[in-house]
Structures are given as C-alpha cells and as structure tokens.
Design a protein around this ligand. Structure first.
Ligand code: GAL
Length: 389
C-alpha cells in the first residue's frame, strides 16, 4: 500500500512538472506570435527617432518613453544621428528584442525596408511626425497639420511685411528656403506658405530673389531651395551665396525659412552682411526652439510655429496602446483624422492611404513668445541658458 502511495505521488510530481513546462512553452509561443506577452513579461514599444541635431527630437524621444512607461509598457529610444542605414539597424535590433510596436520618425524613404521587416514579424508601425513613403506595410501616421504649419509661416511673412498694404510700385523682396527633400513634411510646409504668398507674387507686390517654385511640384526649382537633411550649415552657405550673388543688388525684406535651426543659420549669414546691420529681413521658423524664442523676443526672428511634441508623443502612445489592444478604429484625443477634413492626401504613402491623425500647430510671435514656456515645452534650464526670463 505504502509503495503504491509513493508511486502515485511520484507520478503526480512528474505530471505537474510536465504541465508547467507546457504552459511556459505555450505563453512563450504566444508572445513570439505577437498575440500576448509571456506571463510576467511587459510589452516592448520601440521608439526610433531620426537625430538629435534638431532639439525637438530629443524631447520627442523622452516624452514618448515617459508616456509608454506610464501605461505599463517597456520602451527603448534610439536616435539615428541623421543616418537612415543606422536607423534601420536600430529598428532591426528593436525587432530582435521582441518589440511589439514601433514608433518611427524617419530620415528618408530607405526606412521602408525596415518597416517591411516589422510587417513580416507582425509588428505594427506608427509613422511619427513624418510619413513613411513608398510603403504599404503600415497603417498609421501621426503628425501636425503640416500644411497649416506652412500657412502660419506664410501669414507671418504677410504680416511682418505688411503685404496687404504694399504695392507693386514699391515691391518687397523675398528669398525662399525649403526643408529636406527627403522629408515629406517639407513639401507640405512649403505649399502651405506659398498658398499665402503666391497671390502677392502674382500681383507684383512681392518679388522673389533666387529660385521660385510656385509649388513643391516644380521639382527642379524645389530641389534648388531645399536643404538636405535639414542641415543648418547648408542653409547658411546658400544664404551667403545668395547675398553675394542673386541678392547682391537688392535689399531682402524677408526670407521663408522652414524651421528654427535654418532660420538662425540664415540670420547668422545676414548679420555678417553690412547691408543688414540695421534691419534684418523678416524670417519665419518652426519648432519653437528656445534659441529662436530669444530671437523672437528681441525682434530678430519674426515668428515660429509651436508644435507641442509632448502632446504628439502622448497621442502616439495613446494610439499605440489601442493598436496593441486590437481596437479596430483607434481615436486620438486632440487629433483629427486627415480624411475627415479633406486632407486624406496627407496619408498617401505612394502605395496606400494610411490613417493620418493631425494635431494643431500654434503661431508664435513677439506677442506670445512665452506660450511654449508656459506649456512646459521649454525647460527651466533652456529658459536660463537663453535669457528667456
Ligand atoms: C520635420 C519636422 C519639423 C522640423 C524638421 C527638422 O519633419 O516636422 O518639426 O523640425 O523636421 O527636424
């Protein structure tokens, strides 16, 4: 009898060991298939940001990580240092680590191959702030209304030059810069600005010095005013060449600059030119960077566009959370679907129309330069470092 009891206990022990190991294999298999994290394992969200040269991306990365961790996810941020090959390697590593969703701020179309790898692994991708062109391997894009960003830049120059009161008898002179041709946003920024400025150019009130693409569809001329990789030194050199070349015989009244890093580079070139020592051109911008808020405060830069990347990051993780939970039609508070306002084209990747969620940008001039500080977007350290008290 005693022997029978011992055998039964032994059989029960072996049986329970077999059961536990099967359960573990089962949950590991479920995790690998993407259906659910293994018991006790947190879901990893991969965050691939393009660079750190333009400060906003550093803030994006930090905000995205914080928002993901706040909701119980693991999050890892990688910065591509302006190199798409490097970013693709980073995305590959995140996939190897078992990321279940990727938030990607691309550098150029080369990212599409990494997005294809994610799709192969059934990992969802959110195109973050910049659309991923030539890919049918993802479904979601989240950004600001970039056409409106450009309109705000155009309206800033319209106001700064008082174009509504100007005449063709005494025209104003402007030169045009665009963002990187590798960045889909740059085309929407430019077209938004030119939707405001073109009527003044057509009426002769505003004259363009240098290349003039009426819209970004004039590819040859757009490429001539575009700034590869958004690199400030490229913009500064081009501005210096304009000042000693096409603009030598005129005094420029304005420059269309697509973001703050380029605006400051352009202003540096102007400050070094005796012609502008008493009156700098009216210069636009974008990103509400602290260094540019200081120039706006003292009247050297005319305006910028505040895109609260903390809100963009929060929206991205709210969207990611719904995607990971299998919600069919995710909604994002504070964002509008581009298709619902007739801007479906913003989600056109060239291979499919993805769901594009748009947040609203805010115009910043000398009248409200403190708003990004009040919003907490500018840190106390940046306030101190840039004399923004
Ligand atoms: C754009 C982005 C802008 C601007 C630029 C440089 O795609 O929307 O905020 O900063 O990149 O990084």
């Amino acid at each position: 009898m005693k022997k029978l009891l011992v055998v039964l206990l032994a059989l029960f022990a072996v049986g329970s060991l077999v059961f536990v190991s099967c359960k573990k294999k089962e949950s590991a298999a479920a995790a690998a298939s993407g259906s659910a994290p293994a018991a006790g394992e947190q879901t990893l969200i991969g965050l691939a940001m393009p660079e750190t040269t333009v400060l906003r991306w550093v803030k994006d990365g930090a905000s995205l990580k914080a928002e993901a961790e706040k909701r119980g996810y693991l999050a890892e941020v990688q910065f591509g240092n302006g190199d798409q090959t490097l970013q693709n390697q980073q995305i590959g590593n995140l996939l190897t680590q078992g990321a279940k969703l990727l938030v990607v701020g691309q550098l150029n179309d080369g990212v599409a191959s990494a997005v294809a790898d994610a799709a192969r692994d059934k990992v969802a991708v959110i195109a973050y702030d910049r659309i991923i062109q030539n890919s049918a391997d993802y479904d979601y894009y989240l950004t600001f209304n970039n056409f409106k960003v450009g309109q705000l830049q155009g309206q800033g120059l319209e106001a700064g030059l008082d174009l509504k009161a100007a005449t063709a008898a005494s025209p104003k002179y402007i030169t045009l810069f665009a963002g990187s041709p590798t960045d889909g946003n740059a085309f929407f920024f430019y077209d938004g600005a030119m939707s405001i400025l073109n009527p003044y150019i057509k009426s002769g009130v505003l004259k363009v010095v240098g290349p003039y693409p009426e819209t970004s569809k004039d590819t040859a001329n757009f490429q001539r005013i575009a700034t590869e990789g958004w690199l400030p030194n490229i913009a500064k050199t081009r501005m210096e060449n304009l000042l000693s070349g096409d603009a030598r015989g005129v005094t420029l009244d304005a420059v269309l600059a697509p973001n703050d890093t380029l605006a400051r580079a352009i202003l540096e070139a102007c400050v070094a030119d005796a012609k502008y020592v008493n009156k700098l051109p009216v210069v636009s911008g974008q990103d509400a960077e602290a260094a540019s808020l200081a120039l706006i405060k003292n009247g050297q830069q005319y305006m910028t566009v505040f895109k609260d990347t903390a809100k963009l990051a929060e929206a991205a993780i709210i969207l990611a959370d719904q995607i990971l939970k299998g919600v069919a039609n995710p909604t994002v508070p504070g964002a509008v679907l581009a298709s619902s306002i007739g801007l479906e084209a913003i989600g056109d990747t060239g291979k499919k129309i993805v769901k594009a969620y748009l947040l609203d940008p805010v115009n910043i001039t000398q009248a409200n330069w403190k708003d990004p500080i009040t919003a907490g977007f500018i840190t106390p350290e940046e306030v101190a470092a840039n004399g923004l008290q």
